[in-house]
Design a protein around this ligand. Structure first.
Ligand code: ADP
Ligand code: MG
Length: 294
């Protein structure tokens, strides 16, 4: 390849919303063996909607609404897509959302909690609720069924007792399955990395046609990238909500355009059009720029 070919490839990509920071990035992209994708906000739209609110231990509509309102209360300070969806559902139902006494605290990859007048309320993964002893075994079948359906489940508990299970669905982007297939056609292995639970992630992975590593905490994503790098350069595609370290650790970090500013700063490349098919376009561009068309 020549400097002119590389400059032409970068300019050509920029016209199509495929940004690469320089020749070194293109060179690595041309040789990438694995593409790791964040799930939420990358392969999916990142706009989950509440589909079910199920009270535990029986309960009428008023109890369902009370649990949803308490969940919304502790999600108020959260910028997590699941939190925003829970608040939106409580608002859509016209519920009065109580106030926390002193804000809420989030634990990345696990959930949030806050003190209300009525008690200490937590909203988080079933795993987290189980570990806290809040989720009774009698709820397991319900959680399993919702997750097998590709929904993300969070548990609302108060003072260590589960009140309700909230299920949310985040639809894959329209071109996600086609974009994944294009990568495989280029000889690159796609894999999904997610903090979501294994059953939900497997359901989505099967639909899109890629392997899945689930239940990863932010630090685990970093370790997963390092493990994948043993078989060659790895590109990580993410929107950057809690994925900035993984983007930085990858051989090439690729930010989706709708992502956070921190993702765009950390990344080596960016896809401005939010299309999964653009990942394959970026790789073809890099191979062409390197005179390495296959
Ligand atoms: P992803 O990798 O899909 O972006 P995260 O690492 O952000 O997922 O979150 C992993 C899991 O932690 C979620 O599926 C959920 O169970 C729980 N969780 C994280 N943040 C929240 C929150 N604000 N409210 C409820 N649950 C949460
Ligand atoms: Mg995310």
């Amino acid at each position: 390849s020549t400097p002119a070919a590389i400059a032409a490839a970068i300019a050509n990509g920029a016209r199509r919303g495929l940004l690469a920071k320089g020749g070194a990035t293109l060179e690595t992209l041309a040789h990438v063996r694995t593409i790791a994708f964040d799930k939420t906000g990358t392969l999916t739209r990142g706009e989950p909607r509440v589909t079910d609110v199920t009270p535990l231990g029986g309960g009428d509509a008023a109890q369902i609404d009370a649990a949803l309102a308490k969940a919304a209360a502790v999600e108020m300070g959260s910028s997590h897509p699941l939190g925003l969806a829970i608040i939106a559902e409580a608002e859509a139902r016209g519920l009065a959302i109580p106030r926390t006494l002193d804000g809420s605290a989030a634990t990345a990859g696990k959930g949030v909690s806050g003190q209300l007048d009525s008690g200490l309320v937590s909203v988080g993964s079933p795993r987290q609720a189980r570990e806290a002893g809040a989720l009774p075994a009698s709820a397991d079948a319900l959680v399993t069924q919702l997750e097998t359906d590709g929904k993300t489940v969070v548990v609302v508990s108060e003072d260590g007792v589960a009140l309700a299970v909230i299920a949310l669905r985040d639809e894959p982007r329209d071109d996600a399955a086609a974009g994944v297939a294009e990568l495989k056609a280029l000889g690159v292995t796609p894999v999904m990395l997610t903090g979501d639970n294994t059953r939900t992630a497997d359901a989505i992975g099967a639909k899109l046609g890629l392997a899945v590593q689930a239940e990863l905490l932010p630090g685990d994503k970093l370790a997963a990238i390092e493990r994948l790098q043993r078989s060659g350069p790895v590109a990580m595609v993410g929107d950057g909500i809690n994925d900035a370290p993984a983007l930085a650790a990858a051989s090439v970090g690729v930010a989706m355009g709708g992502g956070t500013d921190v993702a765009l700063e950390t990344a080596d490349a960016a896809l401005l059009r939010n299309r999964i098919g653009d990942v394959a376009s970026l790789i073809r561009l890099a191979r062409a720029g390197m005179g390495n068309i296959r």
